[in-house]
Write a protein that binds this ligand. Structure first.
Ligand SMILES: *[C@@H]1O[C@H](CO)[C@@H](O)[C@H](O)[C@H]1NC(C)=O
Ligand SMILES: *[C@@H]1O[C@H](CO)[C@@H](O)[C@H](O)[C@H]1NC(C)=O
Ligand SMILES: *[C@@H]1O[C@H](CO)[C@@H](O)[C@H](O)[C@H]1NC(C)=O
Ligand SMILES: *[C@@H]1O[C@H](CO)[C@@H](O)[C@H](O)[C@H]1NC(C)=O
Ligand SMILES: *[C@@H]1O[C@H](CO)[C@@H](O)[C@H](O)[C@H]1NC(C)=O
Ligand SMILES: *[C@@H]1O[C@H](CO)[C@@H](O)[C@H](O)[C@H]1NC(C)=O
Ligand SMILES: *[C@@H]1O[C@H](CO)[C@@H](O)[C@H](O)[C@H]1NC(C)=O
Length: 627
């Protein structure tokens, strides 16, 4: 009764130099349309671009940054607005922005791009502010939000350009880490720490080369760390490669990291990161000769121990011919290995002026360049990065790129999808009734769908796709609340809320079990598909996430025969709607399978048509659906 969700078929042609993915036939088991999606929405007259979401599970509030507005919404039902605050651009500023050659009614507005919680009542907000990035503190009391009205320069903390990709986080000690462009022209990319011990990247193409920043997060590596290592901030971006000779601009996905306690150098790298290192991410299908070289988003799945952290990234290929997206996962241990033990890449001059980047095989100074201050360094009297020797600092300044790329787990994607452009991802870790752990991916598309997918030891499976909006628009931000069991989505026109699962949508035991949805199981007592309840007695529950095996389900599915009287010469439609898009249906009449050999029959998704019926067509027609 089981069919693999995804089949990879390759078309190899002797004439074309490379193997091309002709088909990635990964279809969602179900498509849930907008009406049936159990979706709650938030829209506001005159307000658009709901691109920034901040979950506050303690206060049950979803904060939303939009164009010239900030909202506090009820996390349980986002249709309920608790409060709002508007932050508009003055006429003068709009004129000034227009005079610099920007579009008055779109670009010269204030797009709220950054929302961070400083403490329970204090937040930090930044907006593009008509190409003059500006930040302010925001006070939250009983759900009521109010800007302090003491704006400060947001240069480096927030982009100038509203359409530009950007990322930032606030770490518990109140320091803001941001990755954006530092100037009006957008030619000075920067990873900046502000609101405390300010530090930034060098303006050098070897550090950052036309990057598009997508995400960053902190990993608490100092916890239970025998080496006395520091917490690290990981930044994900796509940049133009400098290490390859290529006649076209080759984009490359990167992971960079910096140490939280970095204070910069004393002489070399003064007020700059002494711990900035980056590596290439590899997301590719081994059988294909191309790589997914644009990273669109990364979700950091944090579990009990920081060593088990997994980075889930959404990737697309640069050359647009292939309509394919992929999700790749990367393990903390591999990343750590590469940064803390791997070789560096270095430039060598070939011929007159040509520079090639190769593995650096010379002597590497100690302490290790780019490493955080750990017990080893402290033993050598290097208590902070300010104590580090110039040799180490000069080396890391010139060699920020690691030689080894970071391979994805199992050297293949966890999901490959043809015909969809994936934009954002969040991942929930769920325990099934079999006590096994399943990482459920929720992936947004540029057409407004949310795919829910799992990878079972290499087998890719899309449980369902849910249509999030009435008309297509891209998913621009995703937030997950595991506690509430909700996914929150920001888009150009609205915010929507969708449950991680709606078990009651599964019609019967077969449907419930074949869905392989770890959130749901068939309750034999109540005779319906319900959310797995860990406190209840699970003996009466049927679930088979790993194998999708419904053999424990009571035998059903034989529907009562229905009698149809028809007029000779007319066309008759017989309905048969399979519960799953992975099901294959066939029609049996008088005990033999009907073949669509002649124009007598037309088979379609939801049934078939018999044309020009006559007495010879009388019989018992059975539709059999096999998944
Ligand atoms: C959510 O809030 C809206 C607006 O207040 C209300 O109309 C709707 O009934 C609420 N839905 C639920 C399920 O509580
Ligand atoms: C803002 O939203 C509108 C549609 O509502 C869209 O056309 C525009 O591109 C968005 N602008 C940005 C900067 O995201
Ligand atoms: C580093 O810290 C130790 C112990 O606190 C101290 O004795 C030593 O002088 C410090 N070294 C430097 C270079 O500051
Ligand atoms: C994906 O995006 C590309 C480039 O923006 C576009 O050409 C293509 O039609 C999109 N594909 C789908 C399925 O939306
Ligand atoms: C789970 O089961 C327990 C015991 O049967 C019951 O009291 C509780 O209400 C259930 N919880 C949910 C969320 O259904
Ligand atoms: C319908 O079937 C009858 C015989 O069963 C045949 O005579 C007639 O030509 C058919 N009509 C069409 C439109 O095919
Ligand atoms: C089914 O069997 C009956 C009785 O043998 C026969 O009259 C009829 O034509 C058959 N129908 C078809 C579609 O073969």
């Amino acid at each position: 009764p089981k069919m693999y969700g995804c089949i990879l078929i390759y078309l190899v042609s002797g004439l074309i130099e490379h193997t091309e993915a002709s088909m990635f036939n990964c279809i969602p088991r179900k498509t849930v349309n907008y009406k049936n999606g159990n979706i709650r929405t938030f829209t506001k007259e005159g307000i658009s671009n709901f691109s920034t979401l901040l979950l506050s599970e303690d206060s049950d509030i979803l904060f939303v940054g939009a164009r010239e507005a900030i909202f506090a919404l009820d996390l349980k039902n986002i249709s309920k607005e608790i409060s709002h605050e508007y932050w508009t651009v003055s006429k003068e500023m709009q004129e000034e922005c227009k005079n610099k050659g920007k579009t008055k009614d779109t670009e010269c507005r204030n797009y709220i791009r950054s929302l961070h919680e400083v403490d329970d009542t204090k937040f930090y907000v930044c907006g593009t502010n008509a190409f003059q990035p500006t930040c302010d503190f925001m006070i939250v009391k009983d759900g009521q939000i109010k800007l302090e009205g003491m704006p400060e320069d947001g240069k480096g903390k927030c982009p100038y350009e509203p359409t530009q990709r950007y990322t930032s986080i606030m770490v518990v000690d109140g320091q803001l880490y941001s990755a954006t462009q530092y100037n009006f022209l957008g030619s000075e990319p920067i990873i900046l720490r502000s609101l405390g011990k300010n530090l930034r990247t060098e303006f050098k193409a070897t550090w950052l080369n036309e990057p598009s920043f997508v995400s960053m997060d902190v990993v608490r590596e100092s916890e239970d760390n025998l080496d006395g290592d520091d917490d690290k901030i990981y930044v994900f971006f796509t940049e133009t490669a400098i290490e390859f000779d290529f006649y076209e601009k080759l984009l490359i996905p990167r992971i960079a990291r910096i140490c939280k306690d970095d204070l910069g150098g004393q002489r070399t790298l003064q007020k700059k990161w002494t711990s900035f290192l980056k590596a290439t991410l590899i997301c590719s299908v081994p059988e294909l000769s191309f790589q997914f070289n644009i990273v669109q988003d990364v979700f950091v799945l944090k579990t009990g121990n920081w060593k088990d952290t997994i980075f889930y990234g959404v990737f697309t290929p640069q050359w647009g011919k292939l309509d394919i997206s992929a999700v790749c996962a990367f393990s903390m241990t591999t990343i750590q290995e590469i940064f803390s033990k791997g070789y560096y890449k270095g430039p060598v001059t070939v011929g007159q002026s040509h520079v090639k980047w190769v593995m650096y095989s010379g002597v590497v100074p100690t302490p290790r360049p780019g490493a955080c201050i750990n017990n080893n360094a402290r033993r050598l009297q290097y208590n902070t990065s300010l104590d580090l020797p110039d040799k180490t600092l000069q080396f890391v300044k010139d060699h920020p790129l690691m030689n080894e790329p970071v391979p994805s787990i199992n050297h293949q994607p966890v999901l490959v999808k043809r015909g969809s452009n994936y934009t954002r991802v969040v991942v929930d870790r769920v325990t099934g009734l079999d006590k096994k752990i399943y990482d459920v991916m929720f992936i947004g598309t540029d057409k407004g769908y949310l795919h829910k997918a799992i990878n079972f030891d290499g087998e890719m499976f899309i449980i369902e796709e849910v249509q999030l909006f009435n008309s297509p628009e891209p998913v621009e931000s995703l937030q997950l609340s595991s506690a509430k069991g909700q996914v929150y989505v920001g888009s150009p026109s609205q915010v929507v809320q969708v449950p991680v699962s709606v078990c009651s949508r599964y019609a019967d035991c077969m449907d419930c079990v074949l869905a392989r949805d770890p959130y749901c199981a068939w309750d034999q007592t109540q005779k319906h598909c319900s959310a797995v309840n860990r406190s209840a007695n699970s003996e009466n529950w049927i679930q088979s996430v790993k194998h999708g095996d419904p053999s424990k389900c009571p035998q059903t599915g034989n529907h009562e025969a229905e009698k149809r009287t028809v007029i000779p010469g007319s066309n008759v439609r017989l309905k048969c709607v399979p519960m799953s898009k992975l099901a294959v249906t066939k029609w049996i009449v008088n005990g033999s399978i009907l073949q669509p050999i002649n124009s007598k029959y037309l088979f379609y998704d939801n049934g078939m048509i018999i044309f020009n019926v006559s007495v010879a067509d009388v019989g018992l027609y059975i539709c059999e659906s096999v998944e």
